[in-house]
Design a protein around this ligand. Structure first.
Ligand code: MTE
Ligand code: MO
Length: 532
C-alpha cells in the first residue's frame, strides 16, 4: 500500500523499515495480543479466548459444502486443521499489518485494531455471551495495538535517519536488534504464560467440579443397576471391540472447539414450550430423582460403512420420559429441541422419548464416573436407537417441546435428515483389510448393531458364495452392539469377505451403498485379504 520501490525518492524524510523487520513487528504484536487474551480468558471466562472464539464463529458460519468437505477430508482431525489454518491466515495478516506500516504506524494499527474487533465480535455473537466475556478480546486489542506502536517506534528509532542528533546511547543498530529481542521475548513469553495460566485455571476448575459431582453421584440412590456384562459378550481376543468401551476410548464427535466447562453446581435444565408447566432442574434436584443404569451403544450418523464412530458405555441417569410427563407434554408436540451450553441443538421426536420402554436418559454418569467433560459433563441426553445428532445432546441446558416446523436443529439446518433412527449395520473387524492370513481354517469376526430392535442374525459370505450364519455372542440387551464370528475355509490367494446383519424386525442390512448424508450410510462391508 504505502510500500515504495527502493529507488523511488522517499515521500518523507523517514526511511522505511526493512520488510522483515516490519513483518516481525506485526507478528510480535499479534502474538502478544493472543497471549494476553488467552491469559485473561483463562482467569475470567474460558469461552472468551479470542482466537478460539473466532474458530467457533468460523465453524458456525461455514457454508455447508465447506463443512462436509472438512469432515470428509480431515475427519476427527478437522479441529486441529481449522486451528492451524487460522493460525497461518492470522500470521499472514499480522505480517501485512507490519508491511503496510513501513513508514508510519497508522495503517498497521488499523489492521491490528480490525483483528481485535473481529475477536470482540466473535465473542459477542457467541451463543452464550455475558459482558465479562468482552474483557479478554478488549485486553488483547489493547495489548496488540500498544505492542505494535512500541515495537514500531523502537524499530524506527534504530533507522540511520533517526540517530543524527548525536551518539545513540543504546549503540546504533544494536538498538534495533535489542529492541526486537526484548519484544520477541515479551511476546512469546506472554503467549506461553497466557496459555499455561489459562489452561491451569481451567483444568483446576473442571477437576474440582467433577470431584464434587462424583461425591453427589456416589451418595445418590440408583434404583436400577445395569446387569453385569455376561462372559462371552464379545470376541475381543479375535479383534472385535470389548463390550464396554472405556471412557478414554469412546468416540467423540461434536462442534465444540473448546469443551464447555460449566460446573455441576451452576448447572440447570429448563424444560418449556408445549408443556403444561415449565420445569427447572438443578444438578442436586436431578440426582434426587431415581437413577437408573443402562448399557447403550451410541452411533454417529457420519460413520461410514466399516467405520469406528460407534461405542458402548453404561450410562447412569434419570428417565427423560418421567421428567417430560411431569412437565406435561401438550397435544401436537412433535420435537424436543435440546440445546447445549455452547448453543448446539438436536431435535428428537417426542413420541420416541415417550415410548414407555425406550429408556431415554438425562445421563450424568458414564461407566461409573461422572460424565467426562468431552462427553457432556455435567448432563447429556442419550436415546437408544437414534443417531447422536438427533438425540445425544452433550452439555445439555435446555429442552423446548415444540414441532418440527417451528424449529430446525443444528445439523438439520445443514442438510441432514430431520429424523434419524440408527440403521441396522454390521462391520468386519477380522481380517483387517489387505491382511495375509494362513490358508485353511480362519475365523472371521466383527460387530453388528440395530439399537432398540436387536440383532437376530449375522450372515457372512466369501467371494460372493452362499451366505453362512455366523455365531452370535451373548446379547447384553437390544440397545447394544452384538459381536459375531464364523470359521471359514480359505484356499491360497486373494479373497473378499462380506457381512450383513438381520435385525429382530426381520429386516436385512441394506445392500445399496450410500454415503452418510443425509441419514446414515448403507451397504454391506467387504474386506479383501490374502490367504497363503
Ligand atoms: N453439545 C453437543 N452435543 C452433541 C454434539 C455436538 O456437536 N454438540 N454432537 C452429537 C453427535 S453428532 C454425536 S454422534 C454424539 C457423540 O457423542 P460422544 O462424543 O459422547 O461420542 O454427540 C452428539 N451431541
Ligand atoms: Mo454424530
Amino acid at each position: 500500500m504505502t510500500a515504495t520501490a527502493p529507488s523511488a525518492p522517499p515521500p518523507s524524510p523517514r526511511i522505511a523499515l526493512g520488510r522483515p523487520v516490519a513483518a516481525l513487528v506485526g507478528l510480535l504484536a499479534v502474538v502478544a495480543a493472543l497471549g494476553a487474551g488467552q491469559l485473561v480468558a483463562g482467569v475470567v471466562s474460558p469461552v472468551s479466548a479470542p482466537f478460539l472464539a473466532v474458530g467457533d464463529a468460523v465453524i458456525r458460519l461455514a457454508p455447508q459444502p465447506v463443512v462436509e468437505f472438512a469432515k470428509d477430508a480431515f475427519g476427527t482431525a478437522d479441529k486441529p486443521v481449522l486451528l492451524s489454518g487460522m493460525a497461518v491466515v492470522l500470521a499472514g495478516i499480522a505480517a501485512v499489518a507490519g508491511l503496510v506500516s513501513r513508514r508510519r504506524p497508522e495503517p498497521g494499527t488499523a489492521v491490528i485494531t480490525a483483528l481485535g474487533l473481529a475477536g470482540c465480535a466473535a465473542v459477542i455473537f457467541a451463543p452464550a455471551f455475558t459482558a465479562v466475556d468482552l474483557l479478554a478480546p478488549v485486553v488483547a486489542l489493547g495489548v496488540g495495538v500498544a505492542v505494535f506502536r512500541v515495537l514500531h517506534r523502537l524499530a524506527a528509532r534504530a533507522l540511520p535517519d533517526h540517530r543524527p542528533a548525536g551518539p545513540d546511547p543504546a549503540g546504533g543498530g544494536g538498538m534495533s536488534r535489542r529492541g526486537m529481542l526484548v519484544g520477541s521475548s515479551v511476546a512469546v513469553g506472554a503467549l506461553s504464560l497466557g496459555g499455561a495460566a489459562g489452561g491451569l485455571a481451567l483444568g483446576n476448575r473442571v477437576r474440582d467440579s467433577r470431584r464434587a459431582a462424583a461425591d453427589l453421584l456416589g451418595r445418590a440412590a440408583v434404583v436400577e443397576r445395569a446387569p453385569a456384562v455376561p462372559p462371552g459378550a464379545d470376541f475381543a481376543d479375535l479383534g472385535t471391540p470389548s463390550m464396554i468401551t472405556s471412557n478414554a476410548d469412546f468416540y467423540r464427535i461434536d462442534t465444540a472447539l473448546r469443551i464447555p466447562t460449566g460446573s455441576a453446581a451452576d448447572w440447570s435444565l429448563r424444560i418449556h414450550g408445549m408443556t403444561e408447566r415449565e420445569l427447572t432442574l438443578t444438578y442436586p434436584e436431578l440426582l434426587a430423582r431415581p437413577l437408573v443404569e443402562r448399557t447403550i451403544t451410541l452411533a454417529c450418523v457420519s460413520n461410514p460403512v466399516g467405520g469406528d464412530l460407534i461405542s458402548t458405555a453404561t450410562f447412569t441417569g434419570v428417565e427423560l420420559r418421567d421428567v417430560l410427563l411431569q412437565a406435561g407434554v401438550r397435544p401436537g408436540a412433535e420435537q424436543l429441541l435440546s440445546t447445549s451450553s455452547d448453543g448446539w441443538t438436536a431435535g428428537t421426536p417426542v413420541q420416541v422419548v415417550l415410548e414407555p420402554d425406550r429408556g431415554a436418559l438425562l445421563a450424568v454418569g458414564m461407566n461409573g464416573e461422572p460424565l467426562p467433560p468431552e462427553h457432556g459433563f455435567p448432563v447429556r441426553m442419550v436415546v437408544p436407537g437414534l443417531y447422536g445428532y438427533v438425540s445425544a445432546t452433550k452439555w445439555l441446558t435446555d429442552i423446548e417441546v415444540t414441532t418440527f416446523d417451528a424449529a430446525h436443529a443444528y445439523w438439520v439446518d445443514r442438510g441432514w435428515a430431520e429424523r434419524a433412527p440408527i440403521k441396522t449395520q454390521s462391520r468386519i473387524d477380522r481380517p483387517r483389510g489387505f491382511a495375509t492370513v494362513p490358508t485353511g481354517r480362519f475365523t472371521v469376526a466383527g460387530i453388528a448393531w440395530a439399537q432398540h430392535t436387536g440383532i437376530a442374525a449375522v450372515q457372512v459370505r466369501v467371494d460372493g458364495g452362499p451366505w453362512q450364519q455366523a455365531e452370535l455372542a451373548t446379547e447384553v440387551n437390544r440397545d447394544t452392539w452384538r459381536m459375531w464370528k464364523l470359521d471359514v475355509d480359505v484356499a491360497p490367494g486373494s479373497h473378499t469377505v462380506q457381512s450383513r446383519a438381520v435385525d429382530r424386525s426381520g429386516a436385512t442390512q441394506v445392500e445399496t451403498r450410500a454415503d452418510p448424508v443425509p441419514d446414515g450410510a448403507t451397504g454391506w462391508p467387504a474386506v479383501v485379504f490374502t490367504a497363503g
